[in-house]
Design a protein around this ligand. Sequence first.
Ligand SMILES: *Cc1c(COP(=O)(O)O)cnc(C)c1O
Length: 378
Amino acid sequence: MTEQIEFIDLKAQQEKLGSGLSDAIARVLRHGRYIMGPEVAEFEQELSAFCGADHVVTCANGTDALVLVLMAEDIGPGDAVFVPSFTFIATAEAVAARRATPVFVDVDPRTFNIDAESLERAISAAKDDGLKPRMVIAVDLFGQPADYATLRKCADAHGLILVADAAQSFGAQSNEGKVGTLADYTTTSFFPAKPLGCFGDGGAVTTEDRDAATMLRSLRLHGSGSDKYENVRVGLNSRLDTLQAAILLEKLKIFPDEIDARNVAAHRYRELLSDIVVTPALSNNATSVWAQYTIVLDSEAERSAVQTSCKSAGVPTAIYYPIPLHVQKGYSHFPADPEGLQNSETLSSRVLSLPMHGYLDEAVQTRVADAVRAGLRL
Ligand SMILES: *Cc1c(COP(=O)(O)O)cnc(C)c1O
């Protein structure tokens, strides 16, 4: 019986964190301030120092982080928000939940991130539909920042707010700076499987704009004014738990080492696999935190063969994402780039994500590569 490999090894991480983790949890149990306790503000400060953004506002999860940004900018019915089709559902869901219109944009086939030419076509189409273009939410899929320099030009030309959904890329950077500072707002998630994850749900928004940060702080606390029971606007209940903040403070300490280790693992995968499958491409000036290591196969049939081979070798794989958003039942009625979203459709049928975390060793990665090779009958 071959030993099962972990897709994401949170147990190895717990061992590395050692007693610091249990001590941090014990401190919260002692002071008992479970909601908005001192660790929340402390974590916001540490995260601000880590990514270089002036303001960090934590919240309950990465989906709420997007909803809070949409609320802060008063986006609603009649407004068009441009999102890639090849992403996790939350990016479009937040927009639709605000009763605004998500408009689907295609992605670049090599970086998996939103394509600027498709975005231009989608903006024209939205205007023709009588919608008001308000915002673009780029997604840094699988850990690599989108091309924010190009997106900024397009956003400025059309008066759009630029948002980075950095749930998968927090800790990465481009030559423009670190993720957290590349857009008007950056949202992230601390879901356990994300590169910087907690042991439950959590999220955050970063911004350089002080007034926007003040608005976000009010919105996450029922639209509160200066007093807790004064409500100056309609908000949400969306706070990061003190316990999760305490856990994140410990995890943030080892995060730079983990990012280095993920990059070592990604480099090793490339050496093992780039002659047999399409391995992920970094654009010139970007780094990745490798939320996923995603290969592209030649066909859906070939992907099935590789999946089967991996499964029998005890190698877990996952398909992120099997259905592009513009064909999802709940979303297919929303507008999209009129020239179609061919890259999103092709990628959905051919991508496969391999085990990736900061605790992979060469022996395990060789087993993964051997299983992929066997699936290709090489
Ligand atoms: C995980 C994820 C989210 C949502 O985060 P939650 O904390 O699960 O709500 C949003 N966008 C992307 C790209 C994600 O990967």
